[in-house]
Design a protein around this ligand. Sequence first.
Ligand code: SF4
Length: 72
Amino acid sequence: MRNHNPVSRFLSSKPSRKRAIEAMCAHCMGCTQDHFEPTTKADIRNCSAPHCPLYFYRPYQPANSTPKSKID
Ligand code: SF4
């Protein structure tokens, strides 16, 4: 069965930059190794913190999201 919790997925599989960013954003939205917030994907997609260093690299972004050069 697929593990939908990015935090526990990061901790239980081979580390990668992609999994680390997914885990950090999920943790930011309230997920832990043992708890998955059902609204995590939407919350990350709709993240309202453009000054966060991970903002432009966060997962689940809409296809038409604003590129970094448009925000600076
Ligand atoms: S990009 Fe948003 S969801 Fe991801 S760590 Fe930063 S503030 Fe949290």
